[in-house]
Design a protein. Structure first.
Length: 569
C-alpha cells in the first residue's frame, strides 16, 4: 500500500516548480496526481547537491499529498556497488525522508526495456550499428556542423533485430555493436543525433548478476522507468535540459502507460567545493581524504560525521530555493545555517585545545568546589551542570601574552580576567623552562568574585578553563575547507592541485571537562569561545575524539575580504 512521502521540513516558499504543479492540479492533469522520484545512480556517495534534489522531490510530494519513489538508475554495472546503495538509503533517512514501500531499480525493468527496444527496431525507429565509439563521435558532427548517417543506419529491420537478439545472447565482445535510435543526424541538438540506446558490456550487475550482457543507456532507461512507475513530474537538474527532447522522444515512441513531464532546475553549486562524484572518488582513491565520510568531504556521510544536522541541511535547501539558471552559492551560507541550528540545540561545554597550566597560589591546596554552568542559554529546559574547580587549572595558551598589545583583554602579567562561570584571576608570575618557553602561570584569585554573585566585580575579559585535576584527555580534529580557492576546477585546472594543506589539524592532549569523556558518537557541543564540535566514531571509552563542525564566526569571510574577494552573505 502506498503512503504519502514523509516531509519533516516546513513547506517551502512558492517557486516555479510548485507553480507548475499547482497549475497541473488546477487543470486536472495527471488525474490530479503528484508523483515524484529521487533517482540516484549507485556509483558513489551522495553529496550536499543531492540533498537539494532529495528535499525537492520528497518535499513537493508531501506538500501536494503525493508520493515519492526512491529509484536507483543502475544501468552501468562497472561503476555500481551495493555499498553505494546502502549509503544512499542511510543518507535519505538521515535527512528525515521515507520512501515507504516504493523502492525501485531500473534493473527491475530490464526485460521490459529490452522488449520496448525490440519494438523500436521493428518500427524502424532503432538499428544496430557496427561503428566504434570513436567513429560514432566523429559521425555525430559538432555544435556548428551536422552529423553524418552511419553506413549501417539503413540496415534491414530483420537484420538489426537478429543482431540485437544475438547481442543479448552474448555472442559478441564488448564494443562490437550498439543499438541506436534512428532520429535525426542533422538535428541542432546533438543528443538527438541517433543516440545510443544499448551497448554490450560483459560485466556482472550488483542485482542481476550475469543475466545480462547488454545494458540500456541512462537516457533510454530513465524516461521509461519514470513512465512505468507513474511519475507525473520528473524533476532533474539543468544539465538534462538538452536531453528533454530525447526523454520525450523515448516516451512517445515506446508508448508506456504514463507520460511524465521533465522539469529542470539549477543544481546546487557551492564555492570552495567539488560536486563531481568522479572527482570525489579520485580524492578517495588517491587517499587525499580518509574515505567518503571524511568530514572535509561534501558528501552527506562526511557532513554528518562532521556534525551537521539534518535540520540545518533541510533549512539550507529551503533558503537557497529553486532557480532556473545556474548560480554559485557561498558555502558560508551553509555554515551560517549550521551555526544557527547548533546554537539552538548544542549543549555548551568547556574544553582547552592548547593547554597552559595555571596554579592559583592563594587557593587552598586540596580544596575542591563546584561552580554552576549553563547548558544552553538558548534553551531554558537544558538546565545547568556543576563544574569542578580546584587550585590547578588549564587555560588556552592563546589566552595569555607576556607582552600584550592594546585592547588585549585576556591574561597578562599583572592583568585580571574572569574565568567563565568562576572567579576573577590575576597573573602574578610567569614560569619558563630552560629554553625560555612558558610552562606555567602563577596567579591569585579574588574569593569574593564568583560569577553570579550580586557583589561580583566586573572585568573586561572572560576566558574558559578546565580543572587540571578533573580534566580528561581528548583528541580534537580541526577541519577546514578542503580547497583553497572559490572555484577549485576553474578553467582546465585539476581541482586536486588546489587541495588546502591546512584542511586538517590534529591536536592531542587537549583537556575537556569530565562530563564529555564518554559522550556517544554524534553528540554535538559548543566548546565555549572555540566553536561547535561533534564526537567522532573513532572515539573509544575514555578516549574521545572531537571534530570541529564549524567555527563560531565565519573567519573565511575576513580572509577573503583581505584578499579582495567578494563574499556573498
Amino acid at each position: 500500500m502506498d503512503h504519502p512521502a514523509d516531509a519533516p521540513a516546513a513547506p517551502s516558499a512558492a517557486d516555479f516548480i510548485r507553480e507548475i504543479i499547482t497549475e497541473d492540479l488546477r487543470t486536472g492533469k495527471h488525474n490530479g496526481r503528484v508523483h515524484t522520484r529521487f533517482p540516484p545512480e549507485p556509483n558513489g556517495y551522495l553529496h550536499v547537491g543531492h540533498a537539494k534534489s532529495i528535499c525537492l522531490n520528497f518535499g513537493v510530494a508531501a506538500e501536494f499529498a503525493g508520493l515519492c519513489n526512491l529509484r536507483y538508475d543502475d544501468t552501468n554495472p562497472t561503476k555500481e556497488d551495493v555499498e553505494y546503495v546502502e549509503s544512499i538509503e542511510e543518507d535519505v533517512r538521515w535527512l528525515g525522508f521515507d520512501w515507504g514501500d516504493r523502492k525501485f531499480y531500473a534493473s527491475d525493468y530490464f526485460e521490459r526495456l529490452y522488449q520496448y527496444a525490440e519494438q523500436l527496431v521493428r518500427d524502424g525507429k532503432a538499428y544496430v550499428d557496427d561503428l566504434s565509439a570513436d567513429q560514432i563521435r566523429t559521425y555525430r558532427g559538432t555544435l556548428t556542423e551536422p552529423g553524418r548517417n552511419s553506413p549501417y543506419r539503413d540496415r534491414p529491420v530483420e537484420e538489426s533485430l537478429d543482431l540485437f537478439r544475438r547481442m543479448r545472447a552474448g555472442e559478441f565482445p564488448d564494443g562490437t555493436y550498439v543499438l541506436r535510435a534512428k532520429i535525426d543526424m542533422a538535428s541542432p541538438n546533438i543528443n538527438m543525433r541517433d543516440p545510443t540506446l544499448y551497448r554490450i558490456r560483459h560485466a556482472a550487475h550488483h542485482r542481476t548478476g550475469d543475466a545480462w550482457c547488454i545494458y540500456p543507456t541512462y537516457d533510454y532507461a530513465h524516461p521509461i522507468s519514470d513512465a512505468l512507475e507513474g511519475i507525473t513530474h520528473s524533476l532533474c537538474t539543468l544539465e538534462f535540459e538538452d536531453h528533454r527532447p530525447l526523454y520525450d522522444w523515448v516516451i512517445e515512441h515506446t508508448h508506456p502507460p504514463y507520460r511524465p513531464r521533465q522539469i529542470e532546475f539549477a543544481r546546487l553549486n557551492l564555492n570552495y567545493t567539488v560536486m563531481s562524484k568522479r572527482k570525489l572518488l579520485q580524492l578517495v582513491e588517491q587517499r587525499l581524504v580518509s574515505g567518503w565520510d571524511d568530514p572535509r568531504m561534501p558528501t552527506l556521510a562526511g557532513i554528518r560525521r562532521r556534525g551537521f544536522t539534518p535540520e540545518a541541511v533541510r533549512d539550507f535547501c529551503t533558503r537557497i530555493g529553486m532557480a532556473k539558471k545556474e548560480n554559485v552559492v557561498d558555502v558560508a551560507l551553509l555554515e551560517h545555517t549550521v551555526r544557527e541550528d547548533l546554537n539552538r540545540r548544542a549543549l555548551r561545554a568547556l574544553a582547552v585545545l592548547r593547554p597552559l597550566k595555571v596554579v592559583i597560589e592563594n587557593y587552598p591546596e586540596g580544596r575542591e568546589e563546584h561552580v554552576e554552568a549553563t547548558n544552553n542559554p538558548e534553551d531554558a529546559a537544558a538546565g545547568t551542570r556543576r563544574l569542578p574547580f580546584s587550585r590547578e587549572l588549564v587555560i588556552e595558551r592563546d589566552d595569555f601574552m607576556e607582552q600584550p598589545p592594546k585592547k588585549f583583554f585576556r591574561l597578562a602579567p599583572g592583568a585580571e580576567v574572569r574565568l567563565r562561570y568562576g572567579y576573577i584571576l590575576k597573573c602574578e608570575r610567569v614560569i619558563k623552562d630552560g629554553s625560555g618557553a612558558i610552562t606555567e602561570l602563577r596567579c591569585t584569585y579574588d574569593p569574593e568574585s564568583l560569577s553570579g554573585q550580586t557583589a561580583a566585580r566586573r572585568v573586561k575579559g572572560t576566558i574558559h578553563w578546565v580543572s587540571a585535576r578533573h580534566a580528561r584527555d581528548a583528541e580534537v580534529r580541526l577541519y577546514d575547507r578542503l580547497f583553497q580557492s572559490p572555484d577549485p576546477g576553474e578553467g582546465d585546472r585539476d581541482p586536486i592541485t588546489d587541495i588546502n594543506p591546512r584542511s586538517l589539524e590534529r591536536l592531542t592532549g587537549c583537556k575537556i571537562e569530565p562530563g564529555l569523556a564518554d559522550a556517544p558518537a554524534g553528540t554535538r557541543f559548543q566548546f565555549e569561545r572555540l566553536g561547535y564540535f561533534c564526537v567522532d566514531p573513532d572515539s573509544r571509552p575514555g578516549a574521545p575524539v572531537f571534530n570541529r563542525t564549524v567555527t563560531l564566526k565565519d573567519t573565511w569571510a575576513k580572509i577573503a575580504g583581505r584578499q579582495g574577494e567578494k563574499v556573498e552573505k
